[in-house]
Design a protein around this ligand. Sequence first.
Ligand code: NAP
Length: 277
Amino acid sequence: MILLNGKSLANEIKDNLKEEISSYHRKIGLAVVLVGEDQASHLYVSMKKKATEYVGMESISLQFPEDISEEKLISEIEKLNTNSKVDGILVQLPLPNHIDSNKILEIVSPEKDVDGFHPYNVGGVLSGLDTFAPCTPVGMVELLDKYEIDIQGKNVVVVGASNIVGKPIASLLLNRNATVEICHIYTENLKEHTLKADILVVAVGKANLITADMVKEGVVILDVGINKVGNKIVGDVDFDAVSKKASYITPVPGGVGPMTIAMLLKNTLKSAKRRDR
Ligand code: NAP
């Protein structure tokens, strides 16, 4: 079994970006919009800020109180859309209940949508266009490529059908000619499906959802889940038992997670280059 080391690949990518950005003719800016006091969101935003500054980009942080109106938030994002110093805009999710997240994601200019959540970019990914794709799925594809794991013709089973992970990774792997199946909460007999997987992607948020009897020998596992069990962070896969059958597996933490931020920075550089064309 080989560990898919997302942490070291993400560091390698960030170092390459840092070098490229050091000779870029202008400062590149990434704006992060944070609403409310959600602890996890604050942690993610501070990690993104640190990484943005590490590669030499400008981190522009906008923080708003929990009770900001939808109208005010929209007007703040519109200002970022027209601010020439901003190459990428990221709205940290989740937003408070009184704000319609879909409406907000549609306000972000598709040209600066480095998270790949605008419907224009969602459609682009589905059509196989060179657009902004969501960072976690793109990071998973980079990991597979780094370890030279074949995708074409493989049976891929994706467990979890969110807009952020499940659906876009299914599209990206379909675009690479895999045979893709998506399982979700209404899937009957999950094991019947997961046993067919050459590559199993699990993005649900339930510790130990995937056990050793649910996978075949030699499977490649991409475990996206982040679950707190006691004071440990674990994925959705029973790592100790499943890793004995897997050929490759991502650890949690240190697998898929670090790739997400690296891809965000990569998308931001891509946006800057496009805007400068
Ligand atoms: P999400 O929006 O809650 O989606 C979870 C998906 O799993 C939904 O489609 C849900 O169906 C489905 N599901 C729930 N229980 C299931 C079950 N027993 N069997 C099969 N499918 C089931 O979550 P997400 O944003 O995709 O995130 C999933 C996990 O990945 C979370 O632990 C999250 O923290 C983690 N994550 C990690 C990263 C990273 O960078 N490493 C990035 C994003 C997310 P319903 O919607 O019908 O309930």
